[in-house]
Design a binder for this molecule. Structure first.
Ligand code: HEC
Ligand code: HEC
Length: 269
């Protein structure tokens, strides 16, 4: 591979001269390249063009009611790229992301909107090599920490079904995020209102993700939501490179570790 369209056309021209076969035309060279383009899917990252975050948010809200949270975020970013850029986005089966629904297959693990965001971010910034991987992970981590620290949903769709109050999740988990919102709003976790809340949340996460990707495209992305000082302190004794190094985590620790046994081991906390 690595042949440009021009190289290929030159080769085609040379072949035509060498064999004396005048029938190999430019249009044949073009269709030969076209066929190659359709089958060889390029490695990541795929090309990105800056998106309109408000349009992305509205599309994500609509996508939520079609394929749920994870698909909603992912497709709201991929669809305009498919329209603007075409191939290879025409080869991306966004339906794959439906499985992120309700914290992966409705088990309430990682919030689906974050799953969709992480996948979209990785698609346009990540890759197999260390450098793009680290670049993508920095954006993903920043989006996750924004999510856990911010009162959400912070985007109100143009034509909402209900009005929705905000809550702070303190976690990137669907279970915690939904439960805290239910507690704050007094709605049931399988109510239409909770569904609508996750629709707004999907729109909020998609908008924030598009903004982060636009900044990255401008070379202006900076991590803006660092891990809390408390969690950083925990990690200094328990995480990578520490004396204990017996766990790993990049989210707030206190949301889960509030048990009496915790107090005994860490009497000052
Ligand atoms: C100054 C170092 C230090 C800091 C800071 C620290 N820990 Fe620990 N932690 C320890 C040590 C030492 C133990 C006991 C380890 C053992 O017995 O194997 C421990 C034990 C634990 C345990 C297991 C004990 C239990 O049953 O609860 C958990 C969970 C834990 N820490 C979580 C945290 C969290 C969450 C934070 C931040 C809020 C934190 N730690 C901050 C040093 C630290
Ligand atoms: C989503 C909930 C959750 C979050 C967030 C979380 N933990 Fe845990 N952690 C757990 C559970 C559950 C266990 C297993 C506890 C057990 O077996 O008793 C555990 C185990 C641990 C242990 C080992 C405890 C032991 O008995 O030796 C440490 C240390 C620990 N976590 C530290 C942290 C730190 C530091 C953070 C933040 C960076 C953190 N955890 C964030 C849920 C969580």
């Amino acid at each position: 591979m690595g042949l440009s369209r021009r190289d290929l056309m030159k080769k085609a021209g040379m072949a035509a001269m060498g064999t004396g076969f005048a029938g190999l035309t430019l249009s044949m060279a073009n269709s030969a390249i076209g066929a190659g383009e359709q089958t060889k899917i390029p490695d990541l990252p795929w090309p990105y063009k800056k998106l309109d975050p408000a349009a992305v948010a509205e599309a994500a809200y609509a996508g939520f009611y079609k394929g749920a949270c994870s698909y909603g975020v992912f497709e709201s970013i991929v669809a305009p790229l498919r329209k603007e850029i075409g191939f290879p986005y025409t080869m991306m089966p966004s339906t794959l992301l439906v499985v992120g629904q309700g914290g992966v297959a409705d088990v309430a693990s990682l919030c689906g909107s974050l799953n969709g965001a992480a996948s979209a971010i990785f698609l346009v910034t990540g890759g197999m090599d260390k450098k793009p991987r680290e670049a993508a992970y920095a954006i993903i981590q920043d989006v996750f920490l924004w999510y856990e620290q911010t009162a959400l949903p912070d985007y109100r769709p143009k034509n909402p079904k209900y009005e929705i109050i905000k809550s702070v999740s303190g976690s990137n988990l669907c279970h915690v995020s939904v439960s805290k919102w239910c507690k704050a709003s007094k709605f049931k976790s399988f109510s239409k209102e909770r569904s609508e809340r996750c629709g707004w949340l999907t729109a909020s996460v998609a908008k924030h993700t598009a903004e982060a990707l636009n900044k990255y495209a401008d070379g202006a992305f900076k991590m803006a939501y660092p891990l809390s000082a408390a969690a950083q302190a925990c990690r200094s004794c328990h995480d990578k490179g520490s004396t204990l190094e017996n766990t790993r985590g990049m989210s707030d620790c206190g949301g889960c570790h509030f048990t009496p046994s915790m107090k005994q081991v860490h009497p000052k906390m």
